[in-house]
Design a protein around this ligand. Sequence first.
Ligand code: GDD
Ligand code: MN
Length: 377
Amino acid sequence: MNELVSAEMPLAVPTGQWGGLELSVVIPTFKERGNIAPLLERLNVALQGIAWEAIFVDDDSPDGTAEFVKSVAAKDLRIRCLRRITRRGLAGACIEGILSSAAPYVAVMDADLQHDENLLPRMLQKLRGGDDLVVGSRYIEGKATAGFSSGRDAISRVATSLAQRLTGVTLTDPMSGFFMLRRAIFDPLAAELSPHGFKILLDIVITARGRFRLSEEPFVFAERLTGKSKLDAQVGLDFLGLLVSKVSGGAVTPRFLSFALVGALGVVVHLTVLRLCLLADMDFALAQTAGTLVSMTGNFFLNNRLTYRDRRLTGWRALRGLLEFMAFSSVGAIANVGIASWLYTFEPVWWVAGIAGAVMGAVWNYSMSNLFVWRVK
Ligand code: GDD
Ligand code: MN
C-alpha cells in the first residue's frame, strides 16, 4: 500500500474553494435529444438558489443525445454526461448515475418533461427535514394522469396493487420514475439492486426493508413533449420477475421464471398439436412427435425473444441454438420421466411424481440453456 495514503489516515479535504454541491439530478436518456434543451431551461428556473447539477446517463442513443448533452456540458459546469456503451436499461442507468454523484441528495427524473420539475425544491425541503426518500406520485387524490393512455393506466394500477400486496410497501405509486433520496442511504444498497427493467424505485424500497423514512408528493404526469415511450409489455414481465425473485429471497431468478412460463406454454402447445393430429387420424407416435417438435421450436424462439433477449441468437447461430436446445430438451425429457417413475415406485401419488419430474426437467433444461445454448461469450 502507498505509505503516504493509508486507509486509517483521513486525507485533508480542500473546502470552500468552489462552493458545495447539494443536489444531483440524474436523468436517464434514450433517444431524447429534442427534450434536453427545454428540460435544462426548466430546471434552471425551478432550481434557482439551489447548488445543483444534472447527470445525464445516455445508453449511446443513435439520435446524438450524448453529443448534444456534452455540447452543453462543455459550456456549463453543472451539466455532466455519462455515456454507456454495449449495455441498455433504465434501472442500470439510474444506478450508475446515482453512484457517480457526490452530492448529499440525488433526484431521478425522466428527460421527456413528463415529470414536474417544480416538485424538486419541495422534495429537497423534505429531505433536509429528515426524510430519506421522497416519491413523486401520480396517484395521490386529486391528481389526474394527463399523459397516461387508459391501457397504460390499467397496467400501472394492477402492478401497483400487486406490489403493495406482495411486499407490504405502502407507496401509492411504487412504479414511479420520479423520486429524490439521501445518497448516504442509497450507496450501501447499490450492490443488491437489479440493473434490469424499469422498476428501480420499487427495488430500492424492497431492498431497504423498511429502514427508510418515506414520503410522497403528488404531481400531474404530463404529456411527453417529443420522442417515444420505451415502456412496453416487457415491463410487465420484468416487474413480475422482480417480485417473485424478491419474495423467494433470490431463489427464483427473473430469468428462470420467464423460462418456466415459456415451458408451461410449451405444454399447452404440445397438447393442442397432439390433439389436432389425433383428430386428423394420425398415428399416436407420429402425433406425439409432431407435438414435441412444434413445442420445442416454439419454446426456443420464445426464449430467444424474451428469456434471453439480451443474448439473442440470430442467423446461423439461431439454427445451431435450436438444434442444441432440442438435444438438451430431449435429455431433459428422459430425466423427467426417469425421476418421476422412480419416485412413483416409492410414493405412488401421481401428481407428486409428476411435478417432481417436471421440475427436474425444467431445471436441467434451464441449466443447459444457460451454460451452452445462450452462453455468455
Ligand atoms: N439510459 C437509458 N437507458 N434511459 C432510458 C432507457 C434505457 O434503456 N429506457 C428509457 N430511458 C429513459 C427515457 O429516455 C426517459 O427519459 C425515461 O427513461 C423514461 O422512459 P419513458 O420511455 O419515457 O418511460 P414512460 O414515460 O413510458 O414510463 C414512465 O412510467 C413508468 C412507470 O409506469 C417513467 O416515469 C418510468 O420511469 C416509470 O417506471
Ligand atoms: Mn416518459
